[in-house]
Design a protein around this ligand. Structure first.
Ligand SMILES: Cc1cc2nc3c(=O)[nH]c(=O)nc-3n(C[C@H](O)[C@H](O)[C@H](O)COP(=O)(O)O)c2cc1C
Length: 265
């Protein structure tokens, strides 16, 4: 009897495909929880990096628990959301910006003329992170996001206790091109944000990410950051998203109240 028939070849190929797909599906399903957990941990790590708190020799969760006090704020009023209104979605330790922004119960459409960050929907609530050292508030870390060239960039901006000076910036998720827009991850560029003036004393947004390099002798140098070379469109996106989140539709009301001391506990 002939063993090598077309039918048998197809049957073997089909069998191999079936067994492989079962393995791949099993791996995808069984690793899903781990992936979600790793993604969450990476976000926490980035909160610490933005706040200059990350220390490789210590557990991320331990540092977070030591220094960070998270809360949900109402963006329009700048006030904290009372804890008895927390639920599975509105919960500072498990806050999913994309889910909140997509949920019509917790967000609203943003008119095009206000939407300089290209986010389309504005969350009503955001999780913010106070850094407490020796019982004192030393910085505040806020999530920021907006459109670059190819993707929406998600990150954290740390603001000094004067509520107008940058102390760090990091992006934990984006799809910009490595070597071009992807240079948002360059440690030197990120470090250049430290000490830059984000706002003036009246709360007006000053910070600008410019095309090209900042001229150190320029009177604007204290509130300008170098653009990313060969990535004008990503640079423009970052400029717009940072300015949006510091403005009146972003954290403006919250920062104003922090400065006045009226939403401190
Ligand atoms: C494959 C490819 C990937 C690119 N990726 C980016 C990017 O991530 N960010 C960006 O701003 N520009 C990117 N660009 C370049 C833009 O198309 C555009 O030329 C650039 O933003 C202009 O910047 P420049 O004026 O600094 O040269 C990419 C271009 C190519 C061909």
């Amino acid at each position: 009897m002939q063993n090598e028939t077309i039918g048998k070849t197809f049957a073997v190929a089909l069998g191999v495909c079936l067994v492989s797909s079962i393995f791949v599906s099993y791996a995808a399903v069984s690793l899903r929880d781990k992936q979600i957990e790793n993604k969450k941990l990476d976000k926490v790590k980035n909160i610490l990096i933005a706040g200059n708190l990350y220390d490789q020799s210590r557990s991320i969760q331990e540092i977070y628990n030591q220094y960070i006090k998270a809360e949900i704020i109402d963006l329009k009023t700048g006030d904290p959301l009372p804890q008895d209104q927390y639920n599975d979605d509105l919960n500072p330790d498990d806050f999913d910006i994309q889910a909140i922004a997509d949920n019509p119960d917790y967000s609203e459409p943003l008119p095009a003329e206000k939407d300089i960050a290209g986010i389309r929907r504005l969350p009503r609530y955001m999780a913010v992170y106070r850094v407490i050292e020796d019982g004192e508030l030393t910085r505040i870390i806020v999530p920021v996001f907006g459109k670059g060239l190819w993707s929406t960039l998600y990150g954290f901006l740390a603001i000094d206790k004067d509520f107008k000076t940058a102390s760090g910036l990091t992006f934990y998720q984006h799809g910009e091109t490595p070597g071009l827009g992807g240079e948002v991850d360059n440690p030197l560029w990120k470090a250049s944000w430290k000490g830059k003036q984000l706002l003036d004393d009246q709360g007006n947004v000053l910070i600008e990410v410019i095309k090209g390099k900042v001229v150190p002798s320029s009177p604007k140098a204290d509130h300008q950051v170098d653009g990313l070379s060969g990535a004008t469109l990503t640079t423009r996106g970052i400029n717009s998203l940072i300015r949006f989140w510091l403005g009146e539709n972003g954290y403006g009301p919250f920062l104003k109240k922090l400065k006045e001391g009226s939403n401190n506990e």
